[in-house]
Design a protein around this ligand. Sequence first.
Ligand SMILES: [Zn+2]
Length: 297
Amino acid sequence: MILRRPSDSLVLGFSPGAKYRVAFTDVTETVHAISDMHQFSPAAEYVFGGTMAATALMAADLRRAGESLGVRLDCDGAAAGSYTEYSTGGHLRGYMRRKVLEEYDADPPANHEQLVGSEFRALAYLSRPGSEPDGKSVFRVSPPTFRNLVETYYLESFQLPTWANVGVRMDSAGVAKAMGIMVQCMPDGAMQDFVERVGVFTSEEALARVMDDPALETARVALGLPDIEIGTAVPLEFRCGCSRERSRAMLAGMPIRDLEEIAAAGAPQVVSCHFCGSAYEFPPEELREILAARKKA
Ligand SMILES: [Zn+2]
């Protein structure tokens, strides 16, 4: 490759001549895995595929163990919103607020506006390991395209000029391919040239060429950057970071009054994971233990 691999990836490269960073991502298989788990209808899968590809591009700087970027979108379209998350190591997870959007299933891309509405209200949450502060960006994306989500995030959060393109191809079964391309002008890069080349970097044709043939040479020609070098390639896959321990910590963090109520009920409390469906059960004696520890603190 670059992207000549059967599985999903996030590939980072660089054009030394222009001093542009480039990134490519393919999230198709992961989108299928998550969609099968949640039973998304094709239109929900379409929106999810686009937001997941965008999220992978937005996470291009995540390297250290324990970092994650969560992207929550709310919109006034039929899809209502989504949550997508990338964790270092290439682990993806997420869900849609509405899983079935039958009315739009026949041709989701043609119904993009009805699905997402007039704008995305976005919250990007960057979790960092240890004692470092987490980063939070709140921004609006209008028009609410997947491409604009990536570009707005980098510009508003990092003042990093970015051109992006996200493609979600559909077939009768749902998402056939979900990919994204991004080009960023580094601080010492050729800015004027970068602005002028928006039409090339974001053209449907360039995106289609890379989607048809995700090879380095194709990307170089399609983007008009013949010197692109590939740096890192991270394989992507669905993985949920939930655990009984984390669910217990979540319970322990609830307001004391709510904890008292749960403990007083004397029944086991089940905490289910939104992302993977795992259920963790906490017996009454453990709930009383959690409450006692909480009162002591
Ligand atoms: Zn889970």
